[in-house]
Write a protein that binds this ligand. Structure first.
Ligand SMILES: [Cu+2]
Length: 328
């Protein structure tokens, strides 16, 4: 095996020198990564760290990975020829699993004592549970230190405002969290926002594809007072404008319009804003809405004045509100 390995290395080197590419032979482009880069909140996750090369040309002798908050009950998978050790720490918050409270767990795993030649590929595996409360669209980072006899590679960089993930030299393996519920955000325990004479329930919206600059918002509003009021519109930091719209179908064609005089809410009545009917419209979105996030908005009523609410963003859904609309 050693002979085969050496001759393979020599061949590779000769080929690279022949192409005048010897300076690029370190192979630093291939990073240590997680093989599965997405996981759903509240599910179990099998983390497979792929190690495609050594430190420069040296064999890897240890892999150390830090487990972030958000993945709990982590256990390493033992690896023949390697010694595995873990560090246990208290969690920042308690998790519950099978009716049991979990206050601490593995924060670091080290596989050591083996030897993974630079020309070989191998995997280091752990399992864990994704926090059911983890926000969809968030990212967990698993910094890795790869050790060799005379050096190490530190896969610990995370994106910043200045440097995106693609521009990092040695990025930490990353795991993107997908929101737990495929059900509309409205179906979750509905938040209620109240003000004298008004009750607003379960404001929700839908995730938007990147290039779309409008979004729709839905909610239930109940007039608990004794005089009529009107929902006139509102404002939010995520879009230029927030309007009240009506959707209707005429001759089989769906269209919508802004309610110039607002949406009347009679005393004692509940009006539902929902897909295909009345809705709030976020015009001039400043960014895409991501499933699982929340954002604040201010609703304006003719009599009651302003009410602060929070919209929850659900999945894009079968038909995005922005697509149902024939637009302005
Ligand atoms: Cu609209």
């Amino acid at each position: 095996m050693t002979i085969a390995l050496l001759s393979h290395r020599r061949l590779k080197m000769l080929a690279l020198i022949g192409l005048g590419l010897a300076g690029l032979a370190s192979g630093a482009q291939a990073h240590v990564t997680l093989e599965r880069r997405e996981a759903t909140a509240g599910t179990s996750y099998r983390g497979i760290l792929a190690v495609p090369h050594g430190c420069g040309r040296e064999a890897t002798t240890a892999i150390r990975v830090q487990i972030p908050e958000g993945l709990f009950s982590v256990k390493p998978v033992p690896k023949p020829g390697w010694t595995v050790a873990t560090t246990v720490k208290p969690y920042a918050k308690a998790y519950s699993s099978h009716g049991r409270e979990i206050l601490e767990g593995v924060s670091e795993i080290v596989w050591s004592g083996g030897s993974l030649p630079n020309d070989f590929f191998d995997e280091f595996v752990f399992v864990g549970q994704v926090d059911p409360a983890a926000a969809g669209g968030s990212t967990l980072y698993f910094p890795v230190i790869q050790t060799c006899a005379n050096g190490e590679e530190r896969w610990i960089e995370t994106p910043t405002a200045e440097r995106t993930a693609a521009n990092l030299r040695a990025p930490a393996p990353a795991l993107r969290i997908l929101a737990a519920a495929a059900t509309p955000a409205a179906a979750q325990a509905a938040p209620v926002f109240e003000r004298a004479g008004l009750r607003i329930e379960a404001p929700w919206s839908r995730a938007t594809p990147g290039a779309v600059r409008v979004g729709a918002g839905y909610l239930r509003v109940t007039n608990t007072g004794t005089t009529p009021d009107r929902l006139l519109g509102g404002s939010t930091s995520i879009s230029d404008r927030l309007e009240v719209h009506e959707m209707s179908t005429a001759n089989g064609v769906m269209s919508m319009r802004k309610l110039q005089d607002g949406l009347i809410i009679e005393p004692g009545k509940t009006v539902e804003l929902r897909p295909g009917g009345f809705h709030m419209m976020f015009i001039g979105l400043h960014r895409a809405l991501a499933e699982g996030e929340t954002f604040k908005a201010t609703l304006t009523f003719e009599k009651a004045g302003t009410v602060e609410v929070e919209f929850r963003v659900g999945g894009i859904g079968a038909a995005a509100p922005a697509d149902e609309h024939r637009h302005h």
